[in-house]
Design a protein around this ligand. Sequence first.
Ligand SMILES: NC(=O)c1ccc[n+]([C@@H]2O[C@H](COP(=O)([O-])OP(=O)(O)OC[C@H]3O[C@@H](n4cnc5c(N)ncnc54)[C@H](OP(=O)(O)O)[C@@H]3O)[C@@H](O)[C@H]2O)c1
Length: 252
Amino acid sequence: MELGLKNKRVLVVGASKGIGRATALAFASENCHVVAVARSAELLTSLKEEGERKGAASFSYEVADIMECDPKAFAEELISKYGEFEIVIQNVGGSLVSRNHLADSTDWSYALRFNALASIDMNSVFLPRMIEKGWGRVIHISSASAQTLRGNPLYASSKAFLNAYVTTVGRQLASKGVLLTSVMPGAVAFEGSYWDNFTVTDPKRCEDYLSHHQAIGRFGTCEEIADVVLFMASEKSSFMPAACVAVDGASM
Ligand SMILES: NC(=O)c1ccc[n+]([C@@H]2O[C@H](COP(=O)([O-])OP(=O)(O)OC[C@H]3O[C@@H](n4cnc5c(N)ncnc54)[C@H](OP(=O)(O)O)[C@@H]3O)[C@@H](O)[C@H]2O)c1
């Protein structure tokens, strides 16, 4: 399928590893102009080399910690350096936040900011420009936990909030040519990931988890998520505004 992504200007926030890395490389293979953001300069350097080998129209990176900077000012800086983005992938987030469901709002705020609010701040800079142009795609990497509400309460609640943001704000943008959507992965394993380590440290629990919670009976791959992100970023997703798309091996 021709996705028509060639030469699109794409920002991937949280691009150095895992799903974000596979996504940045998938856009590189579609000959896009890719800007990748993460904290690890070393991983971003190797990502840039790989992205250029795969055919990126251009591949740049910025080392930044979106939890330590002002996300709005950072988004403005990115635009002044690289020009406006047509596609933004918001991938930063994760379950490695406090697991203390009795914690006060300090922990809850952190989990929310990590999984949603820092990227919403960046969107407040990107989205008005996309609306003005009449075309844009902002895709958040959410989680199957947003719907199952299982596992770490702070994580699941933050991703559920993220999906609510995507659905409600996405509807406001639906008629403007700008698609705000999310992709909800199930458990995805890659070298060095939480699930990858789990298969080594506790293979029995890992098998139990898969047989009870992921009907397909295996972990997903980063590429299986990235392929759906590519589709959502393309014109082919034009009838899917505000969608939260499950890519989760039938999570249950
Ligand atoms: N893997 C799964 O099973 C799974 C399942 C459902 C949903 N998800 C969601 O998918 C997304 C990616 O997950 P993953 O497993 O691929 O995660 P990961 O290995 O933790 O990767 C996260 C990416 O974001 C970057 N990052 C983290 N904190 C950052 C910060 N403060 N500022 C800038 N960049 C930052 C990391 O790079 P640096 O460390 O170099 O900064 C890395 O490139 C997350 O939102 C997660 O909740 C994952």
